[in-house]
Design a protein around this ligand. Structure first.
Ligand code: HCB
Length: 653
């Protein structure tokens, strides 16, 4: 049986000779350049000029000698760039960064000092308001003949000469990802609440571009390609970023359109990548026609492997989930990695429907011995057809198996949620509203506008309140802060998601901006001054922005230092303002979490530790980690961050 036959059996929910293995088969199951070099050395293979598979993510093209050594079963065929566009890296014009613009005119930069990845700094449709701006934008040409050069031959070669499974990547990322990248996350999420027509037009424009590419590519690939790859991140650590309703109204129909279009043109399986806690929409993904999900982030809420296999294993293939880069893969011993892999193989492999791969690209901090331990365990435990095959293990198999594997399995919702996992009852909602005892129509209107995420109306109502001689402190204390508390509760109980919360926070921020000069004039102080930032090397800023907005909306003065902030910059900001009482550090990568500790150390070394309370958060950060590194507080979400900040500063909660 060759690799292609093996994977095809797995994709058809049948057991092959062994579980197929993927490293480097897609841009989402590959390995960071640094860890790849270390892996080659560990395997005793000669150092070579490592080719970059994806410049944005700084991941390696896995060479044939590694593929052979690790028996990799999958290979990727991707379009070439258009004949008219070439990436041009500029190393001089942005201090501290290398940067370039891609063919969508999205700007990407990588810190020169210790940067592991390129990330976005320019979103070409940020600030756009009209449909004409979408129409007149210079979109890349999906039918540029340069993209299709040699596509058929490369796919044929992989499938027929090499006998490996062929997976085709598209001309760009997923449609919703491209919406986020061209527009910017900060604007897209609120758009989903109050600019829906505009954002739908943008979505359709990008879907059309993707389909125009597939229209030409699929006939060229037909008969040679086995899987087509799609992706769209719509989830975080504890749940979906957007509500299931928003997914079903705005994203799902377009996902279905794309899958139907692809399947009408080629007999392929469709692979869907989405990080995070996606359990709630797996039935929708199946309805859309997706056959495979990746990366199966088993450390995210509700993503326990056994339950996923039990509930969806007949209808969907799990490609990934073998070991999580957020936990044991990075920090554990090879023995712990083996135990973790053994458990996941046993959960996912029975009956086929499983392609073993790490959760997402292997990160720069994963030791090579752990990568090899993963591979060995897949080889050892992922063998079908014997009495002790996955799913048919004798009782004795588990003897000596450690009871508690060193993997943190998350709660089903934010562990801090006050009313977790269900919407507020009408009585609870009414009780929250009743806590605010306002009667003036401007204030009632403002409260509702904040809660509904109608920023312009909220600010207009604030102006009307000022005109009616209502004082800024009444506006803040009686409306803005209580309204944001209501928004926070709605978020924590799962009624509001990122878009609704951001839309509300924008309204609150707008009001604070309007009031600030008046507050200063009347000598009214903010609750406290806070400095917030994502630590050096990490460019995830959605969560950090939300924390900053919620703090601001709750009466704090917030100095937002942005993403990729070096420890000395935090120190400078604390010193410069002189009155900072709170510091919020965010990190989403296991590679950057140690930078939180270094930042705290730098604040300590500068003699400022006694002056501030330090709060930490981000996808992989836990209370345990916060305690270990000496932070004062941890919050799993922005609403909890407000509560915890007030507790730490002994302000009224
Ligand atoms: Co990113 N990514 N990503 N990513 N990404 C994660 C974080 C992974 C967990 C996904 C996975 O494993 N399947 C993973 C990290 C794994 C690991 O650490 N080992 C990962 C990876 C690997 C990467 C790249 C390295 C991919 C690659 O291989 N190249 C790359 C790195 C870029 C870089 O930072 N240098 C990358 C890139 C991206 C983007 C660009 C596509 C995009 C970021 C866009 C942006 O932020 N501007 C992205 C996204 C969106 C994610 C996921 C899907 C969602 C993150 C998110 O925005 N969540 C994430 C999956 C996941 O989280 N499980 C995935 C929503 C916000 C609201 O939650 O946790 O950020 P939050 O913040 C909360 C909460 O934590 C708390 O309150 C916030 C608000 O409620 N909080 C604080 C946060 N900070 C706080 C500070 C405080 O003081 C207090 C509370």
């Amino acid at each position: 049986m060759n690799a292609r036959e093996r994977v095809k059996l797995a994709l058809n929910h049948k057991e092959a000779d062994r579980v197929p293995f993927d490293l480097g088969g897609t841009v989402l199951t590959s390995i960071n350049l640094h860890s790849y070099r270390k892996l080659r050395k560990y395997l005793g293979l000669p150092q070579v000029d490592v080719r970059v598979m994806d410049i944005f993510q700084q991941i390696a093209e896995v060479d044939d000698d590694v593929r052979e050594r690790l028996n990799c079963d999958v290979r990727n065929v991707a379009p070439r760039s258009s004949a008219t566009f070439k990436i041009d890296i500029n190393s001089t014009d942005m201090p501290g960064y290398d940067f370039f613009h891609d063919e969508w005119n999205i700007g990407w930069r990588m810190p020169k000092d210790g940067g592991f990845f390129y990330d976005m700094f320019h979103h070409p449709l940020a600030g756009a308001t009209t449909i004409d701006e979408i129409k007149n934008f210079k979109w890349p040409n999906p039918t540029d003949p340069g993209r299709f050069e040699g596509l058929t031959e490369r796919a044929r070669h992989i499938g027929e000469d090499l006998g490996e499974l062929v997976i085709a990547g598209g001309m760009a990322a997923g449609f919703f990802e491209l919406v986020c990248w061209t527009r910017g996350y900060a604007e897209v999420y609120p758009d989903l609440v109050n600019n829906v027509r505009w954002v739908e037009y943008l979505m359709d424009t990008i879907v059309d571009i993707k389909l125009a590419y597939w229209e030409i590519a699929l006939p060229l690939l037909k008969g040679h390609v086995d899987v087509v790859q799609e992706a769209d991140d719509v989830a975080g650590q504890f749940g979906l970023l957007i509500s299931p309703d928003t997914y079903r109204k705005l994203i799902k129909p377009r996902h279905k359109k794309i899958v139907d279009f692809i399947k009408a043109r080629a007999d392929v399986k469709v692979f869907y990548h989405c990080c995070g806690a996606i359990r709630e929409i797996i039935p929708d993904l199946i309805e859309c026609g997706f056959d495979i999900i990746n990366p199966v982030q088993v450390s995210a809420a509700g993503m326990e492997s056994k339950a996923l296999k039990r509930d969806f294993g007949k209808d969907i293939v799990f490609w990934g989930g073998t070991v999580d880069t957020q936990g044991v893969f990075t920090d554990g011993t090879p023995r712990q990695v083996r135990d973790e892999v053994r458990r996941r193989v046993d959960d996912f492999a029975p009956g086929g429907g499983f392609v073993a791969a790490a959760v997402h690209n292997i990160q720069a901090n994963v030791p090579p011995e752990n990568i090899v331990a993963m591979w060995e365990a897949v080889r050892e435990y992922g063998v079908y057809g014997e009495d002790n095959a996955p799913g048919r293990r004798p009782e004795s198999y588990w003897e000596g198996y450690p009871e508690a594997v060193a993997v943190e399995v998350r709660a089903a919702t934010s562990p801090d949620a006050r009313i977790a996992g269900r919407a507020l009852t009408p009585e609870e909602a009414a009780a929250l509203i009743a806590k605010t005892t306002i009667t003036a129509p401007e204030l009632v209107q403002m409260r509702q506008a904040i809660i509904d995420g109608s920023a312009a109306q909220a600010v207009a109502a604030a102006q009307a309140a000022l005109d009616a001689k209502i004082t800024p402190s009444e506006i803040i204390n009686d409306v803005v802060i209580p309204a944001m508390e209501i928004v926070g509760e709605k978020f924590e109980c799962g009624e509001y998601f990122l878009p609704e919360m951001m839309a509300s926070a924008i309204g609150a921020q707008g009001i604070m901006k309007l009031l600030r000069p008046k507050l200063t004039e009347s000598g009214i102080e903010p609750l406290a001054t806070a400095v917030v930032g994502t630590v050096k090397g990490d460019l995830h800023d959605i969560g950090k922005n939300l924390v900053a907005m919620m703090w601001e909306g709750s009466g704090f003065n917030v100095i937002d230092l942005g993403p990729n902030v070096a420890p000395e910059k935090f120190v400078d900001a604390i010193r410069k303002d002189g009155d900072v009482k709170l510091v919020g550090l965010s990190a989403l990568l296991t590679t950057t979490m140690p930078m939180i500790k270094r930042t705290i150390q730098a604040i300590d070394d500068a003699g400022l530790r006694g002056q501030v309370k330090i709060m930490v958060g981000g996808a992989g950060v836990t209370q345990h980690f916060a305690d270990e590194i000496g932070a004062d507080g941890y919050a799993p979400d922005a609403s909890a961050a407000v509560r915890r900040a007030k507790e730490l500063l002994s302000l009224e909660a």
